[in-house]
Design a protein around this ligand. Structure first.
Ligand code: ATP
Ligand code: MG
Length: 313
């Protein structure tokens, strides 16, 4: 378990982190999400002491990271960055072995270990082990960076926007890979992204940061269902809009109270399912509890969502 206790980080002209209290459970895939400059990287780096907090403590399994030996700490934490930061003059095998060499593993054990991990990330060793970084795509280089971070079987992986430089297809593939690795390996992952879609897709739980202040912590569905404040609601607004249901249409005041029989639909029905039903049958009236809705209600509701989005004739 990682515990951040009242972590504050002040720079000369900014407060990067303000009294952050946060617990990440062992085995979680935990995402730190927020806009650029919100303090995500700074918070992540307090774990491997690349950043020393102005005040507060980080505990890993109850032990303050400030107390132990720095090299030992870092060798037991996997670290993956936006650019894979591979050594250009070294092969994939050599790059991926760096951590194990430093830990003094015998050569005879290193090779099979790295080959197994390359297979795990879908890089066939006979094709990739002897290549150099210049002979890899961006996505392949990130996979090698992940293998390097996983080599020593760390209990904890720190990942700082590892996929943000990739095209959307590679990004999707590597997100799926991370979910697979997280299922198969017994590793806690602390993952930083500014992309809310990525956060929602990956996170067991997530923490939303803004201006160095923790805004909300929770499971993605819980954050979307109940944003803690206006910042969080705005940050996730595209997704929240995509999750609109008949309950929200009623709450916005649309519909007429009647018990006349329309097609009964539960209040949890998405407005898109409703729109589909209307596309097939434009005159359809639907009955949600004691309230009836028709096509004009859907149009009125959509128009009310964001006046700025209504096109001008
Ligand atoms: N070494 C430093 N010296 C001074 N200010 C810094 C330093 N590192 C970070 N900051 C400031 O601290 C704040 C948080 O930075 P941080 O890198 O943690 O943001 P971030 O959330 O990771 O952003 P991004 O999504 O752009 O990577 C920013 O205002 C940044 O300018
Ligand atoms: Mg950052």
């Amino acid at each position: 378990m990682i515990e951040f206790k009242a972590i504050t980080k002040d720079y000369a002209d900014s407060a990067a982190l303000q009294a952050i209290d946060l617990c990440v459970a062992s085995g979680e895939l935990f995402v730190l999400v927020g806009p650029s400059g919100s303090g995500k990287t700074t918070l992540l780096k307090t774990v491997n002491r690349l950043v020393v907090p102005t005040s507060g403590q980080v505990l890993i399994d109850g032990v303050d990271v400030a107390t132990g030996d720095l090299q030992t700490l870092r060798r037991h934490i996997g670290y993956v960055l936006q650019s894979s930061a591979l050594f250009p003059n070294m092969t994939v095998m050599q790059n991926a072995s760096v951590q194990l060499e430093a830990l003094g593993w015998p050569k005879a054990r290193i090779r099979p270990r790295i080959e197994a991990l390359l297979r795990l990330v879908d890089l066939e060793p006979t094709l990739y082990a002897e290549r150099r970084p210049a002979e890899l795509s961006g996505g392949e280089a990130q996979r090698v960076g992940i293998v390097r971070a996983l080599a020593a079987d760390p209990k904890l992986m720190l990942m700082d926007e590892p996929f943000s430089a990739l095209d959307p297809v590679s990004r999707r593939q590597l997100q799926a890979l991370i979910l697979k690795l997280h299922r198969e390996l017994d590793t806690t992952i602390l993952f930083v992204t500014h992309d809310m879609q990525e956060a929602l897709h990956l996170a067991d739980r997530m923490a939303v940061l803004h201006d160095g202040v923790l805004q909300q912590v929770g499971q993605p569905q819980a954050v979307i269902a109940e944003p803690a404040n206006a910042f969080v609601a705005d940050f996730f607004k595209d997704v929240i809009a995509g999750q609109r249901t008949l309950a929200q249409v009623l709450a916005a005041g649309f519909g007429r109270p009647t018990t006349a029989a329309g097609k009964p639909l539960p209040a949890t029905t998405s407005i898109y399912a409703w729109a589909n039903a209307l596309a097939a049958e434009p005159r359809l009236a639907v009955q949600v509890g004691q309230t009836q809705l028709d096509a004009t209600d859907l149009i009125g509701y959509l128009a009310s969502l964001d006046q700025k989005e209504v096109p001008h004739a």
